[in-house]
Design a protein around this ligand. Structure first.
Ligand code: B1M
Length: 222
């Protein structure tokens, strides 16, 4: 991997947010994910290169280490903070879509689930694809989704779930939304979600990544 990309990946893996961050102690005073991402962009790296070759693989490493019990929740949280400090520099690039909005997209991480990095990425890319995004945040219960659909007729809904336990809540939300709004289009995603699960719970579309979500919305308006 390119030197600066591997440095960014190391910062995310170790939870090194920025230069002033005292964590981890052995990297004190060094540039963090924040400064290095800015430098990478200034040096001509493309935002999608930084995302796909440094940030996402780094988070995968974090997840594997967590599974092997080599790190725990606090370290995972620091890694997420480092990733967010890098993403703030990428955001303007992903959001610079057309100004005329193609429609509204309501998105949220389902009830009981606090993971938002993937959801935020999907939001950014969809916004960049020309949609107005209504981001309901994390731990979003069915009532909140229902209220937002009521307030935004014609909107498409996206649900994200990162835990096998909260996938069950995704199912409940899809079922309530479809019961009240049968024509509503619902898109689902998140690491444990599959096409099979999407079909099983009666959602309209599954995408494993943000680009698939953007493409799905694109074909809805043509
Ligand atoms: Co958590 N966590 N976590 N965690 N965490 C996972 C998901 C886990 C796989 C780690 C592991 O064990 N290896 C595991 C889940 C196991 C399972 O259920 N199968 C896990 C666990 C167990 C937990 C806790 C229960 C830990 C504990 O407390 N004991 C706890 C749960 C808290 C809760 O939600 N109630 C917890 C907490 C946390 C933190 C808060 C510390 C932090 C989240 C911080 C945050 O999001 N702000 C965290 C993190 C960082 C992770 C890992 C390491 C990284 C997740 C991530 O951001 N990935 C994760 C392991 C892993 O995924 N490798 C893990 C990067 C992101 C870009 O990918 O979110 O998959 P992802 O999104 C992708 C696609 O899935 C897709 O597009 C994105 C870009 O490609 N996508 C969509 C996502 N949503 C979409 C929606 C769409 C379409 C595509 O349409 C609507």
């Amino acid at each position: 991997m390119d030197d600066i990309l591997s440095k960014i990946a190391i910062c995310v893996q170790t939870g090194k947010i920025d230069k002033v961050s005292p964590y981890p102690p052995d990297m004190k005073g060094q540039d963090g994910a924040d400064e290095l991402t800015k430098q990478a962009l200034e040096g001509g790296k493309r935002p999608d290169e930084i995302l796909e070759q440094a940030l996402i693989p780094a988070m995968e490493v974090v997840g594997e280490r967590f599974t092997r019990k080599e790190i725990y929740v606090p370290q995972m949280l620091m890694a997420a903070k480092a990733m967010n400090s890098a993403m703030k520099h990428l955001k303007p690039f992903f959001q610079s879509g057309e100004t005329k909005r193609k429609g509204k997209f309501i998105i949220g991480t389902v009830s009981g689930d606090l993971h938002d990095i993937g959801k935020n990425l999907v939001s950014m890319m969809i916004e960049g694809g020309g949609w107005e995004v209504i981001d309901l945040g994390v731990d979003v219960g069915t009532e909140k989704f229902l209220k937002s659909v009521e307030e935004n007729p014609g909107a498409v809904v996206g649900l994200s779930a990162l835990l096998t336990t909260t996938m069950e809540n995704m199912k409940k939300t899809v079922s309530s939304l479809k019961e009240k709004y049968s024509g509503l289009k619902i898109l689902v995603g998140g690491a444990p979600v599959t096409q099979e699960y999407c079909d099983k719970i009666g959602a309209d579309f599954y995408s494993p990544d943000p680009q698939g979500a953007v493409n799905y919305l694109k074909q809805l308006v043509v």
